[in-house]
Design a protein around this ligand. Structure first.
Ligand code: ADP
Ligand code: MG
Length: 216
């Protein structure tokens, strides 16, 4: 999927989070957006998924102008096209690990236990499907969130600090998984992070500042 952002601006009242963010992500490309804490990385990623609104500019995925969709159309579009790894995981506490990972498939009416088991194996959580989230460590929860984001083979994967809670060895493994899975399906990957190390493997690194996007 090609992602095109033009002149995006976001404000909270009088406070400008960012102004004039413009960027294009090609189909199959891995772009990392690096910026200091508070610069608006999570906000920008939420806008890309149509999970937040903006004040000026456009976001277009292939031929779909996200800002022109109503809430329901946007939710339907997001369900099928987007995988999102949230900074705070957003794993549902009352569902077990396998149910959490399988949620995107269930919402699409495409339950697939074998695919869920495969994704758990890919992220190193084989055999933990029946556990509840509270029985997992932070690093394991982050991997549940990653398996869930990938399970329905989205055309666009958006990842918010996906290795932020992991030790360097696990972080490298998780990046291997993200990259292998996106490459396998020709998906585009946008990763936001404050860590230059996490961005090192991207095809392209952009920097987000209060002035907008600056090329590395
Ligand atoms: N709901 C909100 N209301 C007001 N300000 C907000 C809200 N959400 C985020 N912000 C502010 O927007 C800025 C960008 O936040 P965020 O996107 O979380 O940054 P980052 O992910 O780069 O750390 C921060 O200054 C934050 O305080
Ligand atoms: Mg953030």
């Amino acid at each position: 999927m090609t992602l095109h952002i033009e002149g995006l601006a976001k404000r909270y009242g009088d406070a400008t989070v960012f102004a004039e963010v413009s960027l294009t992500v090609a189909a199959g490309e891995f772009v990392a957006i690096v910026g200091e804490s508070g610069v608006g990385k999570s906000t920008l990623l939420n806008c890309m998924a149509g999970l937040d609104t903006w004040d000026a500019g456009r976001i277009v995925h292939d031929a779909t102008d996200i800002g022109a969709l109503d809430a329901e159309a946007c939710a339907i579009w997001r369900r099928s096209q987007v995988g999102f790894v949230f900074q705070a995981f957003h794993v549902l506490p009352h569902l077990d690990v396998a149910q959490n990972v399988g949620l995107p498939l269930m919402l699409l009416g495409r339950r697939d236990e074998a695919r869920v088991a495969r994704m758990l194996e890919v992220v190193g959580l084989a055999g933990l499907g029946a556990r509840l989230p509270q029985q997992l460590s932070g690093g394991q929860l982050q991997r549940v969130a990653i398996a869930r984001a990938l399970v329905h083979r989205p055309a666009l994967l958006l990842a918010d600090e996906p290795t932020g809670n992991l030790d360097p060895t696990t972080a490298a493994k998780v990046m291997d998984v993200l990259l292998a899975q996106t490459r396998e399906h020709g998906a585009s990957l946008v990763l936001v992070t404050h860590s230059e190390a996490a961005a090192a493997r991207a095809d392209r690194v952009l920097h987000l500042t209060s002035q907008g996007i600056v090329r590395a």
